[in-house]
Design a protein around this ligand. Structure first.
Ligand SMILES: Nc1ncnc2c1ncn2[C@@H]1O[C@H](COP(=O)(O)OP(=O)(O)OP(=O)(O)O)[C@@H](O)[C@H]1O
Length: 392
């Protein structure tokens, strides 16, 4: 850790304290998270959820873990540094966000979440403090509570922040799904409009009560856990009628209100997935952040020259063969002029490959992209999703 100069404390969380720091070798500003407990073995460190999850997830809207350092039984995570979190931004702003700004934050959050859910993880602690922002680029952080979707319930040790906690978690459902993240997204979306938490419960019971006061009583037939509510909340459920969300969030458009209502459905099965939410009319405007969103670093890499740009995070590889593909971060500019073509006729496959001759000067790194789809007229069009790499 002597490479790093600690500059200031950024946050003090449950598991660790986070500092802004300067890497004297690379001159990078980074965020160093010093874990509060001691770690005596490397296996313990590598088994931490935050390490396991971030090791697998590589996306412009998910915070990058650059390094893990264990020194004298102390564990440090080195993250890319982000200037703000959404909570600070909301607190420091004079007026509310415009719907344009909210749309941009939301689309980035959903793209990060969609990637996470697709790869089999859910976050479980989404809240404005865990959404980090630099130059309007948003990244999801704090994966200390993240879970594998395939892991076995019951999830007993769950301690996420109450105001963003889904009803099925409050009602002690023994198994829950990535839909709990979508509930939190709904609560955050509402808060972005008003700068005030929509369900600011002071206890778990009060949390349920606050949700009932806005959504009305849940329908027991579509949401089985609903029957527990009347035992917990000190009023008969049938007495509680839903509020008009447009009165509570007057500056939100009708499409925004509709999206919040969908995210904040009592029944987890009714909530849209992150991918489905991105198709909602709320995002259907010309000025929308393009998908997939690139952060400034990636844009810079892509504009650097005529050669395809490769960013290859080798530490993302584990011994499992599938990881070789999961862990690759690859930014290819297929329009480069100095590309050649070869036909791979080995093993009788007849597959056409695109290659970059200048890279052949690097004997240990010969790279081929199977990006071409030959049609009958020998006119080749790029095929986005077919990518094969060989490192000779
Ligand atoms: N990469 C980063 N860049 C800048 N600030 C960061 C970064 N990571 C974390 N922080 C700041 O530090 C705070 C605490 O970090 P984090 O949430 O990861 O710690 P934690 O101990 O898991 O906290 P919690 O108790 O909220 O779970 C965050 O709210 C954020 O403001």
């Amino acid at each position: 850790m002597e490479r790093y100069t600690i500059l200031e404390e950024l946050g003090d969380g449950t598991c660790g304290s986070v500092y802004r720091a300067f890497n004297r070798e690379t001159h990078d500003i980074v965020a160093v998270k010093k874990m509060k407990r001691k770690f005596y073995f490397w296996e313990e460190c590598m088994n931490l959820r935050e390490v396991k999850v971030l090791h697998k997830l590589n996306h412009p809207n998910i915070i990058k873990l650059k390094e893990v350092v264990r020194e004298k039984s102390e564990l440090f995570f080195i993250f890319e540094y982000m200037e703000h979190n959404l909570y600070q931004i909301m607190r420091e702003r004079q007026g509310p966000f415009s719907e344009e700004e909210i749309r941009s934050f939301m689309s980035q959050m959903l793209q990060g979440l969609a990637h996470m859910h697709r790869n089999g993880y859910f976050h479980r602690d989404l809240k404005p403090e865990n959404l980090l922002v630099t130059n309007d680029v948003l990244k999801i952080a704090d994966f200390g509570l993240a879970r594998e979707v395939s892991s076995m319930p019951p999830y007993t040790e769950y301690v996420s922040t109450r105001w963003y906690r889904a009803p099925e978690v409050l009602l002690r459902s023994s198994s829950y799904t990535p839909a709990i993240d979508m509930w939190a997204v709904g609560a955050i979306l509402a808060e972005l409009f008003t700068s005030t938490p929509i369900f600011p419960g002071e206890s778990e019971i009060d949390q349920l009560h606050k949700i009932c006061c806005i959504l009305g009583a849940p329908d027991g037939s579509s949401f089985p856990e609903a029957t527990n509510i009347s035992h917990l909340v000190n009023i008969t459920c049938s007495e509680i009628l839903p509020a008009n969300l447009s009165d509570i969030i007057p500056n939100a458009s009708s499409t925004a209100i509709d999206l919040i209502m969908r995210f904040c459905s009592w029944d987890p099965l009714r909530r849209p997935t992150a991918d489905q939410a991105l198709q909602h009319p709320f995002f259907n405007v010309a000025s929308l952040v393009p998908y997939p969103l690139h952060d400034p670093l990636e844009l810079r890499l892509n504009n650097m020259g005529e050669e395809p740009n490769l960013e290859l995070n080798l530490w993302d590889f584990s011994t499992e063969p599938d990881d070789c593909f999961l862990g690759l971060t690859l930014a290819v500019k297929p329009s480069v002029s100095n590309l050649g073509e070869v036909s791979n006729v080995s093993q009788g496959m007849g597959e056409d490959l695109l290659f970059c001759p200048s890279l052949q000067d690097h004997p240990e790194q010969t790279v081929f992209w199977s990006l071409l789809s030959p049609d009958q007229n020998r006119i080749h069009r790029p095929v986005e999703s077919s990518l094969s790499l060989s490192f000779g």
